[in-house]
Design a binder for this molecule. Sequence first.
Ligand SMILES: Nc1ncnc2c1ncn2[C@@H]1O[C@H](COP(=O)(O)OP(=O)(O)OP(=O)(O)O)[C@@H](O)[C@H]1O
Ligand SMILES: [Mg+2]
Length: 245
Amino acid sequence: MRLEIKDLYASIDGKAIINGANLAMNEGEVHVIMGPNGSGKTTLAKAVFGYPGVKVTRGDVLVDGKSILGLTTDKRAALGLFLGFQHPVEIEGVGFVNFLRASKEAVSQSQANMKELMKDIKSWSDELKMDESIIGRALNKGLSGGEKKKAEILQMVLQRPKIAMLDEPDSGLDIDAVKVVAENINKAAEQTGMGVLVITHYNRILSHMHPQRVHIMADGRMVADGGKELIDKLEKEGYESFNRR
Ligand SMILES: Nc1ncnc2c1ncn2[C@@H]1O[C@H](COP(=O)(O)OP(=O)(O)OP(=O)(O)O)[C@@H](O)[C@H]1O
Ligand SMILES: [Mg+2]
């Protein structure tokens, strides 16, 4: 799968937030988006996913050369796109296992084999060092910030997307948990060949990953694209140096 964001403009409540964003990536690649607070990273991910309230006003989002802007969010997921939220929501009354099954079935458009699914859930939640009791609870209900992030990674690996966008998968995680999450993203990517687009503020998660491409975003567009050297430049000079183009 190839995902292309082409000269994309998007607004929320009439306010322009994405102002000509460009990005292209293939399955199997790891890309990173970094950028200051409020630069539009989350909004860009939501626009790609067709999130309600984010209105695309110009440009296009293509999967394998075809526009997906006319598709509903579930159709985009069925194509193989996954979005891990910066702030996962708690849903009362929806059991975690039921949710994992429903999302897997919706995307694969076939019935899940419960025995296999439970085996998968058990082995990946062990890898992610998740407390077993979480599995029996309602979706994200009462989970700590870090536990919610791990629950999202679990959802991602079970869904087997072709390209996963992960919005700050490291936010709120302790040092050990960042490593566990990064290693599991890597493992899932190796096993399935999926592409990963990580939005982050921090070097730490990237030290456990091998991004091919780094995109720096400011004011709703990319102000620099390059290799890992951009992360070092950012660490040394901050975002200021990227704004002065
Ligand atoms: N629902 C909304 N209504 C009004 N403005 C919004 C809404 N959602 C986002 N914005 C604005 O859009 C801009 C970009 O927000 P966004 O969440 O995409 O930034 P971000 O780059 O993800 O920031 P952070 O690093 O803090 O997560 C901000 O100025 C924000 O206030
Ligand atoms: Mg954000």
